[in-house]
Design a protein around this ligand. Structure first.
Ligand code: G3I
Length: 456
């Protein structure tokens, strides 16, 4: 035998052996399910679930093998949870939560306030009555699931399609432009531990609609409206295709100081194009440190709300599709950076010993406090703005007495001691001339308020 050829053959065999060893080594490390692989990257991989399908063994088998986050597809919506005003119905949603608890899965709540899937009685309401009903609904539903929800879609699909960049018209929108922030504040008061998300579709690239949402989130962060995350539904199809700025769009929201999540992913392409698109979305999430997870909107193609498009990761029989493999491969190959801890606010260990300062406009080195009241029949939200004077302050206390008959049911961004309302760890420092805000929610009438402010 020709020595050169023999040597070459040995070298090739050696290279092949090394390749096999490397292959074995990496496959030994690679996770074999979507949930486990996402968890390795500090993230989750979830799916929408319908309660009535949990008894289907194929469905539940895939669910419990592959997914570690669950979104009820319809069971937590307003029409399902409050079919008659003031009478709450949690049977199907509780069934899903119980399943998740039993299988170590976390829950995304969907959705507290939405123009669609309202019960008939709410569809027929307007103005103050509808605003009160929304607040009562959020208080009850988020309260019922307090401590059990990782993230709530507090408000769903509130922006209009097209190039206008404005709000979608709806009965909720017509109660006043502040309905979204009232919904978020109400949800925070009801379940302070849940991440609170705004969720929408056709916001998956940089466009007029996503920029309108971006501007709202920017404003909420500046004014202290409690928002923690933005959900990008990502119902991808030829009319709403995956665009090259998908990752950049996620990143610009993350840069505002919120988590981002892919919340309802399905892709109405087929074959390799579908597999590639799933991989691209997965890689984009992994590349954005604050992208905390991906949820697909159903398990098998036959479970999809648009099943004729075959847009999911498993076929009608529950077999893995090419899109499944490309998604798992992208997860396994993805970056190793985990999302950072929840809080982005600088934490301070100031021990406030506030000195009283003038409370009028431009109040020297202290601070001023002003209030704005959103009052409805039987309830209110007071937003208190604390503005630093000509020097920065590191701690503040607002004196604020509510009238007799007003009862505080929730607060945010503040710690209370009777009629004294003081900063929490992350909002004591306010630069000269800048402001921070906190909120008080209550029943009864807030009346005319005369706050004082002491800063140090
Ligand atoms: O349960 C009833 C059944 O009893 C009745 O016989 C049947 C007759 O139509 O309707 C069944 O309810 C349907 C329900 O899905 C459960 O299958 C509703 O009609 C139908 O409207 C509802 O559709 C849901 C849709 O939201 C409603 O807007 C889809 O399942 C759900 O996947 C879809 O999810 C939305 C997200 O919440 C928000 N983003 C978009 C996404 C896709 O549209």
């Amino acid at each position: 035998m020709d020595r050169a050829r023999t040597g070459g053959a040995i070298a090739l065999a050696g290279a092949a052996a090394i390749a096999v060893v490397v292959g074995l080594a990496s496959s030994a490390q690679a996770a074999t399910t979507l949930g486990a692989s996402a968890a390795d990257k500090g993230r989750y991989f979830g799916t929408a679930v319908a309660a009535y399908k949990l008894s289907d063994a194929t469905y539940s088998g895939i669910l419990d093998r592959e997914f570690n986050m669950i979104t009820p597809e319809n069971e937590m919506k307003w029409d399902a949870t409050e079919p008659t005003q003031g009478q709450f119905s949690y049977g199907s949603a509780d069934q899903i939560v119980a399943h998740a608890n039993a299988h170590g899965q976390r829950m995304r709540g969907h959705a507290l306030a939405w123009y669609s899937q309202q019960p008939g009685w709410a569809q027929n309401m307007s103005g103050t009555a509808l605003r009160n009903a929304m607040v009562n609904h959020i208080t009850n539903v988020a309260g019922h699931y307090k401590g059990k929800i990782y993230a709530w879609d507090v408000v769903n699909e509130a922006f209009a399609d097209g190039g206008g960049g404005g709000r979608r018209d709806s009965n909720l929108q017509r109660t006043g432009n502040d309905w979204i922030e009232v919904a978020f504040r109400t949800a925070r008061a009801a379940d302070p531990g849940a991440k609170l998300c705004y969720n929408d579709y056709n916001t998956d690239g940089i466009n007029a609609k996503s920029t309108a949402v971006y501007t709202m989130v920017q404003d909420f962060k500046a004014r202290g409206v409690p928002i923690d995350c933005v959900g990008f539904q990502s119902h991808i199809n030829s009319g709403s295709p995956l665009t090259s700025d998908y990752q950049a769009n996620l990143q610009r929201f993350a840069d505002l100081g919120v988590d981002v999540q892919i919340t309802e992913l399905d892709i109405a392409y087929s074959g390799t194009q579908q597999a590639n698109a799933y991989a691209s979305v997965t890689k984009a999430c992994l590349a954005v440190a604050r992208c905390t997870g991906i949820t697909v909107w159903g398990i098998r193609d036959s479970d999809s709300w648009r099943s004729s498009d075959n847009p999911l990761l498993f076929d009608n029989n529950g077999n893995k599709k090419a899109a499944y493999t490309s998604t798992l491969d992208a997860l396994n190959a993805g970056g190793t950076t985990s999302p950072p801890p929840v809080s982005t606010s600088p934490s301070r260990s100031a021990s406030p010993s506030p000195s009283t300062s003038p409370s009028g406009p431009g109040g020297g080195q202290g601070c001023t406090a002003t209030t704005s009241v959103n009052q409805w029949q039987g309830g209110f939200v007071v937003t208190v703005r604390v503005t630093a004077g000509s020097a920065a302050i590191n701690a503040w206390t607002v004196g604020l007495t509510l009238p007799t008959g007003a009862t505080v049911t929730g607060t945010w961004n503040v710690t209370r001691s009777g009629n004294s309302w003081s900063n929490v760890s992350y909002n004591g420092h306010v630069n000269a001339g800048q402001y921070t805000e906190f909120g008080i929610q209550g029943t009864g009438t807030a009346g005319t308020l005369s706050p004082t402010c002491a800063g140090s």
